[in-house]
Write a protein that binds this ligand. Sequence first.
Ligand code: FAD
Ligand code: SF4
Ligand code: SF4
Length: 946
Amino acid sequence: MKNIELFRNSLKKFLPEERIITDEFRRLAYGTDASFYRLIPEIVLIAENENDVIKIIKSSNEFHVPITFRAAGTSLSGQAVTDSVLVVISRSWKNYSIAEDAAFIDLQPSVVGAFANLYLKKHSKKIGPDPASINSAMIGGIAANNASGMCCGTAQNSYNTLKGMRIIFSDGFVLDTRDKKSISEFIFKKKDLVDKIEMLSSSVKDNSELADRIRAKFKMKNTTGYSINSLVDFSDPIDIIQHLMIGSEGTLGFISEIRYETIYESPFKASALMIFDSIHSACKAVPVIKKNKVDAVELMDRAALHSVENKKGMPEYLKTLPETAAALLVETSGKDIQQLEDFVSSICEGLKDFVFLVPLNFTSVKNEYETFWKIRKGLFPSVGAMREAGTTVIIEDVCFPLIKLADAAIDLQRLFRKYNYNEAIIFGHALEGNLHFVFNQDFNTEKEVSRYKAFMDELVKLVVNKYDGSLKAEHGTGRNMAPFVEYEWGNQAYRIMQEIKNIFDPKNLLNPGVLLNTDKNIHVKNLKPMPAAHEIVDKCIECGFCEINCPSKDLTLTPRQRIVTLREISRLKSTGENNAKLNTFIEQYNYFGNQTCATDGLCQLACPVDINTGTMIKEIRSEKISKTADSVASLIADNMDIVTEVMRKMLLTVNFIHKILGSKTMQFLSDLFRKISFGKIPRWNKFFPTSADKILLDSNKVSELKVVYFPSCIARSMGVTVNSDTDKSLTTVTINLLKKAGYEIIFPENLNKLCCGMPFASKGFVKQGNQKSVELLSALIKASDEGKYPILFDTSPCLQRIKEFIEKKNKTFYNALKIYEPVEFILDFVIDKLDIEKKNKPIALHITCSSRKMNLEEKFKQLASKFSDEVIIPAEVGCCGFAGDRGFTHPELNKSALKDLKNAIPNDCHEGFSNSKTCEIGLSEHSGIEYRSIIYLVDKYSKEKK
Ligand SMILES: Cc1cc2nc3c(=O)[nH]c(=O)nc-3n(C[C@H](O)[C@H](O)[C@H](O)COP(=O)(O)OP(=O)(O)OC[C@H]3O[C@@H](n4cnc5c(N)ncnc54)[C@H](O)[C@@H]3O)c2cc1C
Ligand code: SF4
Ligand code: SF4
């Protein structure tokens, strides 16, 4: 038996089968990261805790099988891919704790960087490292890559803000550097390792030339090779060891927890977009600016500015700048306004001898400076989005001594021209001399690969020989720069790095081939194919930013993985190389890719190139529709009044049975029927609604204040749950609230036949979806007297659907009709007409995907805060995955998406609010508290104004 098979068999003793993934489809999907390398793991393991990792490491030792750890997989240099065993940690390891004075935070490795900052926000603190990928990247990856960004420089990166770490070594031994007992035990039991590290450190310190060179090179951002600065910066071996782990890219051990010193976040900020006549003068200004208190100085060359100048909201003058121009985006901040003004004047004073093409002006107006930062953040995607299908976008990351930055930037531009990378743009963290450049690369032909290789060879020489810079400033060495580590560092330092690897991982089982690699061509091997698959997703750069928003990420696939597997299906179709594999992939895609996509489109919110994978899935669904299904959908669409009435009757019957049988028996029977019907019968839960009240509108007083109220088909058929403290349906409560606020209510004509069309469109029934939207639109136009009166929808997703539809199909009415969902309407037009009583109890909120897409998060919080001082919005809970009726047919999606909900809700919180009935059913089941529309909250705690 092969070692890998023996290894796999050994895993079965401690890992459940579903966490040992061996099918090719998912190995490909889970094996992909953001780099342009493709290695497919033999096995993917889902590790949930330290015990799992220790046992996996021990088995890897026993059978000599290499392993690679994976956090969010946003690495760019090939350090998170493997053809051996991939250990995925991103589904668990999310705990954190903050010191009483918030001076430090302890974080498990799968906490997303941005969440750590969210937890620290109320203390006016943040973590130091700030990669641009912070909204997706996880702490394990941030620390193991020593990732950094616009503000943190070298002073606040992981290396310099590290206060402690829990490490699992290559033999499974655990050291907690925050615990004296653990340290003593480590020093005693791992004496050999400790001695070797001490000796290595002494030998480097004794070699003053080498020690000085290491210190000098780490004054710049540098992630080429290991953090050998720890050998000269510290004398305590424990300190050296934990700092060596930073930037070690999973090759020395596993980071199981990390303690970061926290950074004070100044609340008052101002930014200026400074336009210079040349990149040379922009770079010359950087050292002058650096003398002041500045948080970020971002350089953008003319090509970079060109790439965004036509985007919405960009200043007009960008288009008129000469071809030589360049910009610096500068941000400063202060603890109060006075301090901020002092910093701004000091920066401006220092720059008085520089010539600006646009008058220098700092702004502290949030909207204005956010526009500037949009320019900067839009650069990478703008190049990615312009590339041809089938090609890759490459982002490089070099660093130069600051005083040589101007010449280096010009040399880089020359190099692009020489190798015909005409679309290449330069931007970067100028304060640190760290430049990124982005260009498109085709890896489909030998000729193109050779062009890239020749370019890289020349780049390496330029950075190392001419400028003594670093080849990777912040993205990590990976496989991409591994062949050049020795070239950059020289033989002596390289040997020290090899020795470090040997001391920590003598069997070379932890991520071998990454960071150090003797193959001089490894950077151009195993290149990832990017075949065209579907026009909606062809621009995908596989960055993985969308994964965090996806409700199916821990169940089946993420959006990135849906795209990766579809690309492979497309490749297999075009080459015809393996039909059996193609058929298996198509079959697996049906459940993993198609059926378990909630089509909520939240992936788009995080996507730098604006891809909505859900839209693609809807198109795939529509291609699969049979004639019979199409006819049935049309029949339903034509008879919505009958359908909603039948649904009401069915709910009435189901609840009658529930009352007789009780919740437990009902649940048992429902699960049983579902099982024996192979999942065809929808699943019932105790929060299943009763039927809705009939809509009755008595005493609708005539009033100047008029509103068109459109109750969704769901609200017209589904009422509250059986155990609710009220028996009033949403429609009754909404009518009551509107009347209290003095509104005269107008219902659209033929209300019972109307529907926004979403239930059809989300299943791929485009024709029927459009038919219902058209009908609803004309009813709304009439009822609102062509936009004279506002229109209220009680269900947020329906509102979003109809708004998108009108925007696409009828711009005139898009501008004329004023359509609102409950939160916005109540906040803007109802609340001031009522007397509010504050409820002194915590409440949970769930912001639906549609509300998030319509930017209503803040308004949601604002409205809820009028009723409670403690509003809980669990950070780790995104889309609930209920997806209209998918929660009934695929309850596993809802369950997986809401697995963290219950723990995030404090024991004294007994009520939850949202604005979509079907989402509320799943939220109630998985939280254990009842979720209802926020309209219930407002209605319950408000009275007519006296
Ligand atoms: C569009 C884009 C922009 C980016 N911008 C930046 C930027 O501004 N600055 C920057 O520095 N980087 C940037 N990156 C690169 C990347 O996002 C960061 O380096 C990030 O920190 C990687 O984190 P991750 O969670 O994705 O880690 P992964 O990619 O999953 O892993 C990174 C490495 O850490 C190892 N690892 C993961 N967890 C552990 C653990 N618990 N113990 C030991 N080893 C572990 C892995 O084996 C791997 O070698 C960018 C990437 C993209 C796609
Ligand atoms: S869909 Fe967008 S966010 Fe997701 S991997 Fe592709 S480019 Fe990145
Ligand atoms: S639409 Fe939703 S479920 Fe589908 S890929 Fe996007 S985020 Fe995931």
